[in-house]
Ligand binder design. Structure first.
Ligand code: ZN
Length: 242
């Protein structure tokens, strides 16, 4: 495992996922890990679960995944998100529900840790700034932690007592002695103003992180969201990347 495709927050958007998988294939990346929120918001939860199984993605559980199986209280969500969780639960079959139930909240591998929110709060905590990320670094058992939840591509680096934000404009070099928390951004519902699907490639041979964006056709996704009766707002925010 030398080059890892890191995806997160697919949110039942099969069109965006297929675009990212094609790009990963073109990049020659075969090993895929997913930081959770496979389902929720989007209209294709079954298709996304099937595709992630198909590519043998190593996946952890997100808050939407947990809520969809009734393992996370849905009163933490706004009314629209709650409606999507109810819709998702009804759309999934027993095998899909079991797939989501079997996901761990944290995976600790030889080279990296995989989690949805943060090391301190795997399902619920957002790491949106260095102040919050600082609390997770002492809990990070490897030099690299991969996370999602905020739908914001980028991350944080710790060297000594300093924690700095990482912005995704250019490749990041992994420097020995430092720790990194990397967010690949969201495949299925980006919130950083760029509507293109987001992901990252962590190259363990070259000690580098590459942040990537892939354009896909958003209109059919918006139409499908309306067609299945999910809140129209979920389609509109895809177009805005917010
Ligand atoms: Zn999410």
């Amino acid at each position: 495992m030398t080059s890892i495709g890191v995806i997160s927050d697919v949110h039942a958007n099969i069109t965006a996922l297929e675009a990212v998988l094609a790009d990963l294939h073109a990049e020659g990346v075969e090993c895929i890990v997913c930081c959770g929120d496979v389902v929720g918001y989007g209209p294709w939860p079954r298709e996304v679960i099937a595709r992630l199984r198909d590519v043998d993605a190593l996946c952890v559980q997100g808050n939407h995944d947990a809520a969809s199986i009734g393992a996370f209280p849905s009163d933490h969500f706004n009314a629209d998100a709650r409606a999507a969780i109810d819709w998702t639960r009804a759309a999934l079959d027993q095998e899909d529900l079991q797939f989501l139930a079997d996901l761990e909240q944290m995976y600790i591998g030889d080279d990296f840790v995989l989690v949805h929110g943060s090391l301190r709060g795997p399902l619920w905590e957002y790491m949106r700034d260095a102040f919050v990320a600082r609390e997770s670094f002492p809990l990070l058992a490897r030099s690299i932690g991969l996370f999602g939840h905020s739908h914001i591509q980028g991350g944080f680096v710790r060297f000594g007592e300093h924690v700095d934000a990482i912005t995704p404009g250019r490749p990041i070099a992994i420097v020995p002695g430092r720790q990194y928390l990397i967010n690949p951004g969201s495949v299925g519902q980006p919130r950083d103003g760029d509507p293109r699907a987001a992901y990252a490639i962590v190259d363990l041979d070259c000690d580098s992180v590459l942040f990537k964006r892939v354009a896909y056709d958003i209109k059919p996704v918006m139409q499908r969201i309306e067609h299945v009766g999910l809140p129209r707002r979920f389609g509109e925010r895809l177009e805005a990347g917010r």
